[in-house]
Design a protein around this ligand. Structure first.
Ligand code: GLY
Length: 574
C-alpha cells in the first residue's frame, strides 16, 4: 500500500497538471480577452497584466492551491507571456499576509550590483555619463533575484508541488501561446531595440518579424530553462547550465556578473513599512524600495486635510497631493538606499517630522523645487514593470511587483537559456545629480557599490481594516508607481470610488525634480489644467501610465478585483 501511494499521488498530480495546462491553452486558443472587473469570488482571485497568467492563477486555486501557489504560478507564467516585464532575469518585491497567523512579511528579491561594480563604471574619463551604458546590454544588468524570490515564497508558504507550478509556464513556452494585441504592439514598438542583439531577435522576433496577433509564439530555450527550474528548484538558476549561460553571456557582451555573484545571491525577508491612514492599516515595501516610505509620507502629509469635499480631479486636491509628493520625493533622493550600505534616518514617518514638513505646504500656490540638473523622464517613457495581486479564502494576501526595469530590460537575451536580462543598474545614482530613466535624482545613499541593491520605487501594498484583509494592490510605472498607489488609496478611502473608478481615474504625478506636474493625456478638463497653472505649476501632459491590479475583500470575505483599463490585463477567480 505504502509503495503504491507515491505512484498514485504522482499520477493524480500529473492528471491535475495536464488539466490545468489544457484548460489554459484551450481558453487561450479560443481567444481570451479577460475580465477587467470581476464579480465576487469565494475561493481566490488574481489580477494581473495578462489574461493568460490570471487564468493560470485561477486554475491553481481550482486545484486546491493557496494564494502563494497561485502567485508562484502567475509569476512564472508572466515570464513567458509578458516578456516586457515578467521575468526570470530581473527582480522584485512581495508583500504577503499569512492567513494562518495574520503575520505580514516583505520579501526582497531585488537585483544586486555585481561584485566587480564600481561607483564610476558608467562614466567616461572626464566624468561624463556614457550614453546607454547603464541601460542597454550586459553591463546594465544586476544579479537577478526573481527565481530565488518565487522559490522562497513557495518554500515558506506554498502547498502544491513546486514542479507542478513551474511546469505550467514551461509547457506554455514549449507548446506556444497566442500573441495578443498588447504583446504584438509592444514588440512592434521595440523592434529596433530588440534587433540590436541577435539572440534577442531570434527569441522574440522569429524570422526577423513581429509575430502577428493570434499567432503562436514558441519559446523553446525558455521552456528548457523552466523545466530545469521546475525539476531542481531555484538552485538550477544560480548553479549549473543556466548560471554558466549567464556568465558566458557576460563574457561575450562585456558584463560583470560572475559565477560567484550568482552563487552568493540571497533573498532578504524584511519588516514591511507600516502606517495608518484614516482607519486603515497600510503595509508596503521597505528599503531598498522607496515605495513604502514615500507613499507613507505622502498619505500622512495629506491625512489632516478634508479631501472628501473635493473630487479626484479637483485642482485643490491635486495641489495638496503634488506638494506632499514634492516633499516626499525630495527626501527619497537624499535619504533612501540599500539599508545594508546606508544608514537610513529612522524618523522619516514619525508624526513630529511629518507635522514639521507639512508646514512647508503652501496653501494657495505651488511650491518650488531646487532646479539642480532636473531630468526629463518624458524622453524615455520606459516604465515597464509588472504587478500582480492575489488573495484567497484563507486570508492569505500576496502582492508582487517584479521588473526588468525598462521595457524588455537590457534588451539582451541569455543565449541558450531564452530569457531577458534586466537593466536595473540604471536605478542606482550613476552620478550624483544625474537623472535615471525616470528622471529621478540620487546621491550618496544610492551610489553604486559592489553587492548593493539599487533603490526602487516598487510598492506592492496590502491594506487591512481591523486586522482583516481589505485591499491588495500595486502597479508598474517607475517613479510613478508610488503616486499611482497612493492615489488609489485616497480614491478608496476619501472619495469612495468603486474599484472600476479607482483603476480608471486619470493620474497625475509630481516627483520634486523635475519641477513639473505630469497629467495623463485626455484625463483632465482644460479648466482644471488652467487652475493648476494659476497655482504656479509647470504642467505637462504625458502618455497614460501605470497598470493597477486591485483586489478588494469584503467584510464577509468575498473577493473581487479590477484590472487597469490602460493595458490588456484581467482578473480571474472562482
Ligand atoms: N525599476 C524600477 C523600480 O524598481 O523602481
Amino acid at each position: 500500500m505504502d509503495l503504491l501511494k507515491p505512484v498514485s499521488s504522482r499520477f493524480i498530480r500529473h492528471v491535475l497538471l495536464l488539466t490545468c495546462v489544457l484548460t489554459v491553452v484551450i481558453g487561450l486558443s479560443i481567444g481570451c480577452d479577460g475580465v477587467k472587473i470581476s464579480h465576487f469570488h469565494e475561493n481566490g482571485v488574481v489580477a494581473s497584466v495578462s489574461p493568460i497568467a490570471s487564468q493560470v492563477g485561477e486554475q491553481i486555486f481550482r486545484q486546491g492551491g493557496n494564494a502563494f501557489d497561485a502567485a508562484v504560478g502567475v509569476g512564472f507564467a508572466l515570464a513567458v507571456v509578458h516578456p516586457q516585464a515578467g521575468n526570470l532575469g530581473g527582480g522584485g518585491f512581495a508583500l504577503a499576509r499569512d492567513g494562518g497567523n495574520g503575520h505580514i512579511i516583505a520579501l526582497d528579491f531585488r537585483e544586486k550590483a555585481p561584485l566587480a561594480s564600481t561607483e564610476d563604471m558608467y562614466l567616461d574619463n572626464g566624468g561624463g555619463v556614457v550614453e546607454d551604458l547603464s541601460s542597454l546590454g550586459a553591463l546594465s544588468a544586476g544579479v537577478p533575484g526573481t527565481v530565488a524570490g518565487l522559490h522562497a515564497l513557495w518554500k515558506e508558504y506554498g502547498t502544491l508541488p513546486w514542479e507542478d507550478l513551474v511546469t505550467i509556464a514551461a509547457k506554455m513556452a514549449d507548446t506556444g501561446f497566442i500573441v495578443d494585441e498588447y504583446l504584438a504592439g509592444s514588440l512592434a514598438d521595440y523592434q529596433d531595440q530588440l534587433s540590436v542583439f541577435p539572440e534577442t531577435e531570434s527569441l522574440l522576433l522569429p524570422g526577423g518579424k513581429v509575430p502577428g496577433v493570434g499567432e503562436q509564439l514558441i519559446l523553446s530555450d525558455l521552456a528548457a530553462t523552466l523545466y530545469l527550474i521546475a525539476a531542481e528548484g531555484s538552485e538550477a538558476f544560480y548553479n549549473g547550465f543556466i548560471a554558466d549561460s549567464i556568465v558566458a553571456c557576460m563574457a561575450e557582451h562585456g558584463g560583470l556578473i560572475t559565477a560567484e555573484d550568482l552563487q552568493q545571491y540571497q533573498v532578504m525577508w524584511r519588516q514591511p513599512v507600516h502606517f495608518e491612514f484614516d482607519s486603515l492599516d497600510i503595509y508596503s515595501m521597505c528599503p531598498p524600495s522607496s515605495g513604502g516610505i514615500v507613499m507613507g509620507q505622502i498619505l500622512k502629509l495629506l491625512e489632516p486635510y478634508d479631501l472628501s469635499r473635493y473630487f479626484p480631479d479637483s485642482p485643490e486636491y491635486m495641489h495638496l497631493f503634488c506638494e506632499a509628493s514634492r516633499l516626499a520625493y525630495a527626501d527619497r533622493s537624499i535619504h533612501l538606499g540599500d539599508p545594508a550600505y546606508y544608514s537610513i534616518p529612522g524618523r522619516l514617518l514619525s508624526p513630529e517630522y511629518i507635522d514639521e514638513r507639512r508646514k512647508l505646504i503652501p496653501v494657495d500656490h505651488a511650491g518650488s523645487s531646487d532646479a539642480i540638473e532636473a531630468g526629463s523622464p518624458l524622453k524615455y517613457e520606459s516604465d515597464e514593470t509588472t504587478h500582480f495581486s492575489v488573495c484567497d479564502k484563507h486570508g492569505n494576501m500576496v502582492s508582487v511587483t517584479t521588473t526588468l526595469n525598462a521595457t524588455y530590460g537590457s534588451k539582451l537575451v541569455v543565449s541558450g537559456a531564452g530569457f531577458l536580462l534586466n537593466n536595473e543598474m540604471d536605478d542606482f545614482s550613476i552620478r550624483p545629480g544625474h537623472p535615471n530613466l525616470y528622471g529621478l535624482i540620487g546621491g550618496e545613499a544610492n551610489k553604486i557599490e559592489p553587492g548593493k541593491r539599487m533603490l526602487s520605487s516598487m510598492s506592492p501594498t496590502l491594506v487591512l481594516k481591523d486586522d482583516k484583509p481589505l485591499l491588495v494592490l500595486g502597479s508598474p510605472g517607475g517613479s510613478r508607481i508610488i503616486t499611482t498607489v497612493a492615489q488609489a488609496i485616497v480614491g478608496f478611502s476619501r472619495f469612495g470610488l468603486s474599484l472600476e473608478e479607482i483603476v480608471s481615474q486619470p493620474r497625475f504625478h509630481h516627483q520634486w525634480l523635475p519641477d513639473v506636474v505630469y497629467l495623463e493625456e485626455e484625463g483632465f478638463f482644460v479648466d482644471k489644467i488652467q487652475a493648476l497653472i494659476k497655482y504656479g505649476y509647470h504642467v505637462q501632459e504625458r502618455s497614460k501610465y501605470g497598470d493597477l491590479q486591485l483586489i478588494h475583500i469584503t467584510a464577509e470575505g468575498l473577493m473581487h478585483g479590477a484590472s487597469d483599463p490602460r493595458r490588456g490585463g484581467a482578473v480571474a477567480g472562482y
